[in-house]
Design a protein around this ligand. Structure first.
Ligand SMILES: Cc1ncc(COP(=O)(O)O)c(C=O)c1O
Length: 319
């Protein structure tokens, strides 16, 4: 029972597959900026789902948010040795992207404590803790960053998967006012639309920074394949499949949360996203070994089928 990797296991919705198939004849190069209707779809989804208002020209698509995260420090031409702040407990790609650009990753949840920071990554809802940054805290970080000429980029790939809390985008007016200067958000369709195999993500926010990224990418590439652009337009235009997928994860989360707490574990954070951040109040490798003895590989991700989740719960209950 593999709960160790957050990879979607449910089918890509049929309307998205159909859009991909219908666009299979694609002899020409796609543009780096993406189709106008794709950028409009991203902008429309941000407005409809997150109450975030950006012009389509302040959106830039890419082949997956992992690739965007890994490449942004280099694409922005950050000076080697620059300090890139990443969350204390974080998805590894923030550090890898910084290192690839010759920068120094600094892991802390207090970016204000870092002298000479150039870029700050936030991740809310977070992987792997499922923590959600309060609006007030994000607003403080943005205000500090603007005052110190630091770019803040928030990875929001789990933003539609809020359980106990409603996550808010860094681009929302309650966080950054009615301007997006110095602020970007990274989004992904991988989890909300079961589209991880297609590779699609986008950045949106500060028009100037988006323009800088576009200018470099015109020659560095990472263009989104045309059929995937059409699939993304279909995915961004439909809310129903997202609601259905949310309910699947909500059910799995409930079963796993109950099974873990019944087995004596404490769950911290985990208010949103695809992970349960659980502890048996012992060194974590001991806990991982305890799970392994029962044939369960962790971290505790919700991305397993209903049958596997039920089996995990049964094994934990037998323990
Ligand atoms: C926090 C976080 N950001 C980004 C990604 C990458 O997603 P993708 O490249 O599929 O858009 C993941 C994948 O698990 C993730 O957990």
């Amino acid at each position: 029972m593999d709960l160790s990797v957050g990879t979607p296991v449910d089918p890509t919705p049929e309307l998205i597959q159909a859009a991909l198939r219908a666009a299979a004849n694609a002899p020409g190069y796609p543009t780096v900026a993406g189709r106008d209707d794709l950028r409009a779809a991203c902008s429309g989804w941000l407005a409809r789902s997150l109450d975030v208002h950006v012009e389509p020209s302040a959106v830039l698509p890419g082949i997956g948010s992992k690739e965007l995260i890994a490449s942004i420090p280099r694409m922005l031409g950050l000076d080697p040795g620059s300090r890139v702040v990443i969350p204390r407990i974080a998805y590894p790609t923030y550090a890898v992207g910084a290192l690839l650009a010759g920068c120094e990753p600094i892991a802390t949840d207090e970016p204000e404590s870092v002298d000479d920071a150039t870029l700050v990554w936030l991740n809310s809802p977070g992987n792997p803790t499922g923590s959600v940054l309060p609006v007030q805290r994000m607003a403080e970080i943005v205000a500090w960053a603007r005052a110190n000429d630091v770019l803040v980029i928030s990875d929001e790939c789990y933003i539609e998967l809020g359980w106990d809390l409603e996550p808010v985008s860094i681009l929302h007016p309650s966080v950054c006012g009615d301007r997006h200067d110095g602020v970007l958000a990274v989004h992904s369709l991988s989890k909300r639309s079961n589209l991880a195999g297609y590779r699609f993500g986008f950045v949106a926010g500060d028009q100037q920074v988006v323009g800088d990224l576009l200018a470099v990418r015109k020659h560095a590439g990472m263009m989104v394949p045309t059929p995937v652009q059409f699939a993304a337009i279909a995915a961004l235009g439909d809310d129903e499949h997202v609601a259905e997928q949310r309910e699947r994860y909500r059910g799995r989360r409930e079963i796993l949360r109950t099974a873990l707490t019944d087995a004596g574990m404490r769950i911290d954070d985990s208010a949103a996203g695809l992970y349960l951040w659980a502890t048996r109040s012992e060194p974590c490798w001991d806990t991982v070994a305890w799970f392994a003895d029962r044939g369960i590989v962790v971290t505790v991700a919700l991305t397993a089928t209903d049958a596997q989740v039920a089996e995990v719960a049964a094994r934990l209950s037998a323990a």
